[in-house]
Design a protein around this ligand. Sequence first.
Ligand code: FAD
Ligand code: MG
Ligand code: MG
Ligand code: MG
Ligand code: MG
Length: 551
Amino acid sequence: VLVLAASGGGGLVAYADSQSDQPQGPKKKKVVVLGTGWGGTTFLRNLDSKLYDVQVISPRNYFAFTPLLPSVTCGTVEPRSVVEPIRRILEKKGGDFKFWEAECFKIDPAKKKIHCRSNAGTNFDGNGEFLVDYDYLVVAVGARSNTFNTPGVEENCHFLKEVEDAQKIRRSVMDCFEKASLPYLNEEERKKNLHFVIVGGGPTGVEFAAELHDFVTEDLSKLYPSVQHLVKISLIEAADHILTMFDKRITNFAEDKFGRNGIDVKTGYKVVKVAKDAITMQNPAAGDVAVPYGMAVWSTGIGTRPFIVDFMKQIGQANRRVLATDEWLRVRECDDVYAVGDCATINQRRVMEDISEIFRVADKDKSGTLTVKEIQDILEDIYVRYPQVKLYMKSKQMNGIADLIRTGNGDTEKESVELSIEEFKKALSLVDSQVKNLPATAQVAAQQGQYLAKCFNKMEYAEENPEGPIRIRGEGRHRFLPFRYRHLGQFAPLGGEQTAAQLPGDWVSIGHSSQWLWYSVYATKQISWRTRALVISDWGRRFIFGRDSSG
Ligand code: FAD
Ligand code: MG
Ligand code: MG
Ligand code: MG
Ligand code: MG
C-alpha cells in the first residue's frame, strides 16, 4: 500500500505503509529489518511474529549459504542449492511479515525513517524510491569487499561475496581454459591465460585456491590435456603466513599441502596495482614484481558500506571504522536501532571504566576493602559482563588477583588478604588488553540474530530493566544478559577431500575424517530440507560424474 508523503527535498515520495491494510486492533510496533543474510534471516526465523509488524528490506530476495560459495565457483555445488527464497522462509513462519526487494540508501534516526530504492522498477515518480517508518530498526546489511583503494582492483578482479560472483568466477575459469586452447596463441600467451591469482590468504581465498586446484586436476586436465601443464595457481598474502586466524598446525599443514600441490603461496607480498593483464606486488626484498595473469580473485577483507558510514556520521561515530553497538547489540548513541553481523562490532565495555562501581557492588559489607570471598562471589557476574576478565584469568600474564582467587581456597594466609580499591585497580589494570573483536563470520552473525530475536520476544521486560554495569544474580529478574558468543569451531577445506578443523579447546584435526565432519556439519546447517537435499545430491553427482565444465 503506497501513501504519498512530502519528502524533505520538496517532491513527493512513495511511502510504504504496511499497516493501513490491516484489520483494526491494538497497533503493533513496527520492526524493520535490513538484510536477508545470516544475521537478518536468523533474526527473522527466531522472532515471535505475533508480537510485531515486520518489514524486511533487502536488494536480494533470498538467503545465501555463504560457506558453500567457494564450492559454487567450480561447480561442485549448484548456485540454486545454496539459496533459499526469503518469502518461503517468512511464509513458513506465518505472522505479519512484509518483504520489499529494495536497497536502503539512507537511515534517518531523528525521524525514525529509512530511505529505500527499488532495484527492480520505478514508481510513478520515476525513481523507485520510497520511505519506511520504524519503531525498531535491525541493521543486518553485512559488509562490502575492501579493495583498500588499490588501483585497478574494482575493474580487473573478481570478488567472492555473492552468488553472482561465484557464478562469474566459474564462467571466467572456463573462459581462461578455452582462450588458452585457441590455435593462434603462443606458449607465453597460453601460460598467461592459465595463471590464476588469488589475493588474500584468509579462509575464503584458501578454500577457493583448493577448489580450483581440485577442479583443474580432477576434471579439467582430462578435457584440456594439451594445456593442463601450463596451469598455475598463485595465492598472495601480505602477512607472513596464510590462515593466520587458525592454529599454527593448520597453517603449516595448509602451506605444505599447497606447496606439494604446486600452488604458489607467496607470503609477505602486497598487491599494489592490478592492470588489465599484469598484477604488481611488492616485497621489501624483491621490490615491485609484475606478473601476467588470466584471472584474479580479490579476497582480502571487508569494509563498511557507504550508507552505514553516512549513518555513523549522523550519530557521532564518524571517527570509527565500523559501526559500534553495546553488548546488547544496540547501536551506540542511537535509540531503537540495533545491528548484527558483519556491519557492526560490539564495543566491549572496559573494566577500568566501571572499576569503582564494581568495587562498590562487590564490597557487600561496605568495609571499604574486598576479601577473597567477596571477589569470588562476584566473579561469575563479572565474567558475564566483561568476558575479557575470563580470558585474562586464563592467559599467562595474570598476576596478583588471579593467583589470589585460584589459590585462595584453604590457604589461610591468602584468604585473610583484603584489597583496597587502589590494589583492586592495580590487579585488574591489564584486563582490558584482552578485549577482542568477534570475527566476521556467519557463526557470529547467526548467534547475534538469534540472541536479538530472543530479546525482542521479551522486549517489554527489557524496557523495565535498563542496562546496569553488572548483572547481579537474584536482582532485576528480567534484565537481559549481554550477548555472549559461543565459538563452535572452524573449518578450512584444503582440497583433495581433506579439511582442517579447529574445534573449541584448541582441538585440531586435519585430513579425510574432518572432511566427513565438514560434509555432515554443512548438511546439517542447511536452512531447509530443500537446500539440504540439493546440496547432498550435488555432492553425490560430483563424486560420480565429476564437476560440470560447461559455461
Ligand atoms: P550478509 O550475510 O552478507 O547479509 C547482508 C544482507 O544485507 C544481504 O542480504 C544483502 O543483500 C543485504 N544488503 C546489503 N546492502 C543492503 C542495503 N543497502 N539495504 C538493505 N539490505 C542490504 N562464515 C563462517 O562462519 N563460516 C564459513 O565457512 C564462511 N565462509 C564464507 C565464504 C565466503 C565466500 C564468504 C563471502 C563469507 C563466508 N563466511 C563464512 C562469512 C559469512 O558469510 C559472513 O560473516 C556473514 O554472511 C555475515 O552475515 P551478515 O548478516 O552480517 O551479512
Ligand atoms: Mg543479514
Ligand atoms: Mg549471508
Ligand atoms: Mg560483527
Ligand atoms: Mg568488604
